[in-house]
Design a binder for this molecule. Structure first.
Ligand code: DC
Length: 220
């Protein structure tokens, strides 16, 4: 990579953002940052401290005493690696509504912007191209049909030995899509100038290759 580069990848749950962002980061020698994991870490802290995200004072006290980082594939909450604790249905269910709270978004946005100051990054989330890095060098909006996203997630969970139910996962994906794209504050939407890629019938490698083609075209 010629210069410090910022790649923003946004899209709905289960579109393959994290797998693709991770591979793209490895190909261009950038750090990969999963911002969804950071919102999940906040949800974990809400649960652990019994904080109601609808109580502004209690929430601010919690946020002021909280540090969230994402480094080398690990999610760090107040110095503790919580990567293994944030992929539960309970955390997913709480991360979606709580991530709509402005105080939480302000705090994480500032942390994410600071990460991009240091080096090249590929960052995935819901508002990276719209809010966190509106001037990113490359912006992608990655989608896939709800059925395909549910199918992928079901397979992923079954591979881990979880007897996942397709219909339940599909309903959960549709519910989260709705919440993420209809929330009042900074909803999920395609950023101006973002390249939309529908991965429904594409392999992971072909999505990464498509993104690489855009990046290489600039560097040529
Ligand atoms: O991508 P994920 O499923 O791990 O994200 C968890 C939740 O956090 C999801 O409901 C959307 C929200 N999120 C967000 O609002 N903004 C981001 N940049 C990333 C995730």
């Amino acid at each position: 990579m010629r210069t410090k580069t910022i790649v923003a990848i946004d899209g709905p749950a289960g579109a393959g953002k994290s797998t693709i962002a991770k591979r793209l980061a490895a190909r261009i020698g950038a750090d990969y940052i999963d911002t969804g994991a950071m919102y999940r870490a906040v949800a974990l802290k809400l649960l652990r401290t019994g904080t109601d995200y609808k109580d502004p004072e209690a929430l601010q006290t919690m946020l002021d005493a909280m540090d969230v980082d994402f480094s080398e594939g690990h999610t760090i909450l107040d110095g503790e690696d919580v990567s293994g604790l944030i992929r539960t249905p309970e955390i997913s269910a709480l991360a979606s509504p709580s991530s709509g709270v402005p105080a939480i978004r302000y705090k994480l946005t500032a942390l994410q912007q600071a990460m991009g100051k240091r080096k090249s990054i590929v960052m995935d989330g819901r508002d990276i191209g719209t809010v966190v890095f509106p001037d990113a060098d490359f912006k992608f909006f990655l989608t896939a049909s709800a059925d395909e996203r549910a199918r992928r997630r079901t397979e992923e969970m079954r591979a881990k030995g979880d007897p996942a139910d397709f219909e339940t996962i599909r309903a959960d994906i549709i519910q989260r899509d709705y919440q993420d794209s209809h929330r009042e504050f900074r909803p999920l939407r395609k950023a101006d100038g973002a390249v939309e890629i529908d991965s429904t019938d594409m392999s992971i490698e072909s999505v990464v290759d498509t993104m690489m083609a855009f990046i290489e075209a600039r560097d040529r």
